[in-house]
Ligand binder design. Structure first.
Ligand code: MUC
Ligand code: MG
Length: 372
């Protein structure tokens, strides 16, 4: 008899960041993760994580809503069900609940982790098999201070931690942002790739002015310059400039990807398990992008180690990630709740080994950082 999902526990875990992280919509001083512990009738425990940025500043789910909606709506749909048919469980969640993609991603991750542990296979194995054991990882410079960002970048280069940097802009006046980015690019020269993420802050006219200046400054990729829903505008920007556009908030799943591709978008898609509702749907988007000749980028919602590991297992199955990944979330946090941290070295990170996610909790730290 196959095992059954017996219980699902959710914990809000608050960890401080190593420095303020300034984005166009919020400044983070800490990160709140929703950790899922899913117990199955054979004694196996699956772990998952659902995490967003800045409470409700980034998107329609907050840490509290993720926890509450898992507890009240999603967990009751799963408890008592056979644990191993991921397709049936995903369909059940989709049929009875709308949206809440981060909550669904946390649960799908826990289902995959448990199944992998039961079968002695990694999550990447369950998703078809890893093509890479080490993935490149960039770092986001977002202290808000140009000189501090330059120092931070050189430190990361010297430590062979990161050789690509993403700058968060859009909160300040356009000219100030352009000066900030150009100064960082000029200081780093050819030693590093520099990209920007505007997080939807500009209208199209501002984007045209800003992107022209950033292109001249040698910036390699422009992420989500205009609001998520403005697909037509994003396609116009992609056609207008030599520097490629990266669609992030605009593309949550394969349906969004199809819309952008069929409108003639070129450039790249940021994949995130959180916005797609889990690794499986994130890979559906990736496969659509590959078919359409659109580049791939392994994205993060600044998850901790569990969410980052789940994403790495998914991205490892892809033949090519033209723009690498930004799976640095755990490095932005002062501490961790896992027994063994991920191994960051050689400008990237190793895919964790072992069954499931390959990650075990540190129970003392989990208890210490869990919200009472
Ligand atoms: C985003 O929109 O890309 C990823 C890195 C970072 O600093 O913020 C995120 C979210
Ligand atoms: Mg982004």
């Amino acid at each position: 008899m196959s095992s059954v999902i017996e219980s699902i526990e959710t914990l809000l875990v608050d960890l401080p960041t190593i420095r303020p992280h300034k984005l166009s919509m919020t400044t983070m001083a800490g990160q709140t993760m929703v950790i899922v512990r899913m117990r199955h009738s054979d004694g196996v425990e699956g772990l998952g994580e659902g995490t967003t940025i800045g409470g409700l500043a980034y998107g329609p789910e907050s840490p509290e809503s993720i926890k509450c909606n898992i507890d009240a709506y999603l967990a009751p749909l799963l408890i008592g069900q056979p644990a191993d048919n991921l397709n049936a469980l995903r369909a059940r969640m989709a049929r009875h609940t709308r949206g809440n993609m981060i909550a669904k991603s946390a649960l799908e991750t826990a289902l995959l982790d448990a199944r992998g542990k039961r079968l002695g296979l990694s999550v990447a194995d369950l998703l078809g098999g890893a093509r890479h054991g080490h993935l490149p990882v960039l770092w986001t410079l977002a202290s808000g201070d140009t000189d501090k960002d330059i120092d931070e970048a050189f430190q990361r280069l010297d430590d062979r931690r990161h050789c690509g940097f993403k700058l968060k802009i859009g909160a300040r006046d356009l000219d100030e942002d352009v000066r900030h980015v150009a100064a960082i690019k000029a200081a780093l020269g050819n030693r590093a790739s520099v990209r920007v993420d505007v997080n939807q802050a500009w209208d199209e006219a501002t984007a045209v002015r800003g992107i022209a200046a950033l292109q001249d400054a040698g910036i390699e990729l422009i992420e989500q310059a205009i609001p998520a829903r403005e697909h037509a505008g994003l396609v116009r920007l992609a056609n207008r400039f030599r520097v490629p556009m990266l669609a992030d908030e605009a593309v949550a799943d394969a349906r969004d990807g199809l819309d952008l591709a069929s409108r003639g978008f070129s450039g790249a898609f940021a994949l995130k398990i959180a916005k797609s509702g889990g690794p499986v749907a994130a890979l559906e988007l990736a496969h659509l992008a590959q078919t359409a000749g659109i580049g791939l980028y392994g994205g993060t919602l600044l998850e901790g180690t569990l969410g980052t590991a789940a994403s790495l297992h998914a991205w490892s199955t892809l033949g090519e990630l033209a723009w690498g990944t930004e799976m640095f979330g755990p490095l932005l946090l002062e501490d961790d709740i896992v027994a063994e941290p991920l191994r960051y070295h050689a400008f990237g990170v190793d895919l964790p080994a072992g069954p499931g996610l390959g990650i075990a909790l540190d129970e003392d730290k989990l208890a210490h950082y869990s919200r009472k």
